[in-house]
Design a protein around this ligand. Structure first.
Ligand SMILES: Nc1ncnc2c1ncn2[C@@H]1O[C@H](COP(=O)(O)OP(=O)(O)O)[C@@H](O)[C@H]1O
Ligand code: SF4
Ligand SMILES: [Mg+2]
Length: 339
């Protein structure tokens, strides 16, 4: 474990396993053109009831991490490291156990609900399906439970009879969230849950996720290319670049005073939630993220880093301790300041 990472027994030192502990997660995709190292040693922990935001430009490996957490990656992916959900390694689970854990242990909300929902089935039936599959609700109670779930995401019960095309984008995303909640998971992974929505609806959905998670003990991993979305919703932030976490810490502190030059550029570029420019390269940051199959020598951020030095070509820095609250950053300058 790198310096400054949380101690294995969690922040309170209770000895209890955190809800989620990801250790040295590595994912390579095998392609005709060769090996694509999409995730290169990601580690983090998430306590029950807390919210971790994962930020970074498109292509930095966020969705690959999300899919790896529930073993939803394509067959071409090779996975290393471990994903411990309440102490149980998801990467080593037998198929039957894995099926039970998906939904009931942890569930995932994707971007673009239209594609994730079945266009020819009523949304109530789709919400009911995981409950019936996992036997979490007696068959006679399913309709009532679907109604409760719809109300909890701000939709009227009668919407159970609607087809996806009869709903707006925001309503469909609410249905997806109701599905994710159906089996009362302990962990929800939301991958760009509001990206396809306009700014007003985006704010409503973020508030909904916040309310549902608050006080429920559910852990949330929320992924977005837009740091401002995460800053408002999450307790902690992990900023990814080229398949690695380059900065991690309390959300407000990372946004206000990032220690890694990339995290600083991201925070400075998009202060407003839903800034349409957030899909582009952050303002003031030239160039594009590297192709994972052809990473630069040394620090992978070096070609775009305004404060790079010669020595940055020789080291790909580890995540070093960068202050109180478990702050960590992967930059040679952070190590220097800590000495
Ligand atoms: N199925 C795949 N096969 C090969 N490469 C992939 C596959 N899925 C993603 N990648 C590559 O892995 C990298 C990370 O992708 P992804 O996890 O989707 O990033 P993000 O969600 O941050 O945009 C990108 O370079 C992407 O092109
Ligand atoms: S290690 Fe060097 S190139 Fe990398 S972020 Fe720090 S200063 Fe920039
Ligand atoms: Mg993605």
């Amino acid at each position: 474990m790198p310096d400054g990472a949380r101690a294995p027994d969690g922040p309170q030192g209770t000895g209890a396993e955190p809800l989620l502990r990801v250790e040295d997660l590595r994912v390579d995709y095998r392609t005709a053109g060769g090996r694509v190292p999409a995730v290169r040693g990601v580690s983090f922990t998430l306590e029950a009831g807390s919210k971790l935001g994962v930020a970074g430009e498109s292509g930095c490996g966020k969705s690959t991490v999300a899919l790896a957490l529930l073993r939803l990656l394509p067959k071409s992916a090779r996975v290393g490291g471990s994903v411990l959900l309440e102490g149980e390694d998801v990467t080593a689970m037998r198929w039957g156990r894995l099926r039970a854990v998906r939904w009931a242990g942890a569930s995932i909300v994707f971007q673009g609900a239209m594609h994730a929902l079945n266009a020819v089935r009523r949304v109530g039936d789709q919400i009911a399906e995981p409950m019936l599959l996992h036997g979490t609700v007696p068959p006679g109670r399913t309709g009532a439970r679907v109604g409760e779930l719809l109300e909890s995401v701000g939709l009227p019960r009668w919407r159970a009879r609607s087809y996806p095309h009869e709903l707006s984008g925001g309503q469909r995303q609410r249905v997806m969230i109701a599905m994710a909640l159906a089996c009362e998971p302990r962990l929800i992974i939301a991958d760009e849950p509001t990206t396809a929505l306009d700014v007003m609806v985006q704010a409503q959905i973020l508030r909904l996720i916040d309310d549902l998670v608050a006080g429920s003990g559910i852990g949330l991993v929320m992924i977005s290319h837009d740091l401002s979305v995460l800053a408002d919703t999450c307790d902690r932030l992990a900023v990814m670049y080229a398949g690695r976490v380059v900065e991690e810490g309390p959300a407000a502190e990372v946004v206000a005073a990032a220690r890694h030059p990339y995290a600083a550029a991201l925070s400075a570029a998009f202060p407003r939630v839903g800034d349409p420019g957030s899909r582009m390269a952050p303002r003031g940051l030239p160039g594009d993220p590297p192709d994972p199959a052809a990473l630069p020598e040394g620090c992978s951020f070096r070609p775009r880093c305004a404060v790079a030095e010669e020595r940055c070509a020789a080291t790909d820095p580890d995540l070093w301790s960068a202050g109180d609250g478990g702050r960590r950053a992967a930059c040679v300058k952070v190590l220097e300041e800590a000495v």
